[in-house]
Design a protein around this ligand. Sequence first.
Ligand code: PMV
Length: 386
Amino acid sequence: MCTKIVIYFNWQPNSLRGKIIFAEIEEMTAKDFIPKKYSEEIREGKVFWQSPSNIALVKYWGKRENQIPANPSVSFTLDYCKTTTSLAFRKKEKPSADFDFELFFEDEKKESFRPKIEQFFKRIEAYLPFLKEYSFTIHTSNSFPHSSGIASSASGMSALALCLMSLEKQRIPDMNEDYFNRKASFLARLGSGSACRSIEGELVVWGAHETEGSSDLFGVKYPYEVHENFKDYQDVILLVDKGEKQVSSTVGHDLMNGHPFAEQRFEQAHENLIKLRDIFKSGDLVAFTEVVESEALTLHAMMMSSRPYFLLMKPNTLAIINKIFNFRLKTGLHPCFTLDAGANVHLLFPKKEKEAILNFIEEELVEHCQDGQYIKDEVGAGAKKI
Ligand code: PMV
């Protein structure tokens, strides 16, 4: 581990005075996650974790080798949308040549998930060298319906990473909580990039950024002041299209390689994080909406202008967005939309506006949701051991 000194130049226009703030940031490298030795021999056991989904405000879109993000991102951790995973482990006489695991999704054996887990185990083996010493049984289930168009990779991969970390913690009992969370996030990232933002709450930053003290390797709790307006923020997920994703994340991120606007987009994400820092502090909901909605539309603009190009919004996505614009003008309230790489709309708003906005959803937006379905969620505190 080495120490990076970051110098912030904090310009204060009113007093025409600048201030230099030194901050020491521990810069961890991937090597710091390779265990030196295990002090305990653990033969068998079972651990359980519940890990949430998250919704990005500044989007991660584009990556380099080893799941390193092309730009930093920040997300709200959710509360209701989550995966529950149990991991049973039994030590074998001797390590096997291949990974030895069985996987059940909602109590049914799920062979179709195997390749993803195999690939995950392969990527993390150097950091959890005991993987081939055990046989594992993994049971997993989601709080949200399977065919809802909500990706379960963030909650699923983070829950599994946390279970594996609980086993490692039994073998290194003096591991501290910070290291545990960072390594869980580091491992989750190797399963699915955005999964690294699902370990802690309520706002998480991932990706090196000049002022955030964040890392490309794992997500960290947003380190600065957050105004009351953003506490208990609400997220209603309007299910416009419950089908399978049209474009996988892997293909999507890859579209940013050689994309004509890629560099400007990565730069913009850095700038939007700086803007959000002031907004989180001041509680300015209008400025928040401008950054977050622009991020969502830019994500889709990137897909629409890539080769091959993709159009992931549906007519109902646009109908919802237009109704949100009109409702804001009419009422002065602050519902703000964001989108993932799909047609569903996340409607974000402060808790104090909940009643009026839930009425608006029932009266005007439900008709644009597939089977009239939506999911009420809110910002949560992160994963829980159960
Ligand atoms: O974690 P991945 O590889 O599934 O990518 C997620 C990308 C977006 O959801 C579109 C944006 C984000 O930052 O979560």
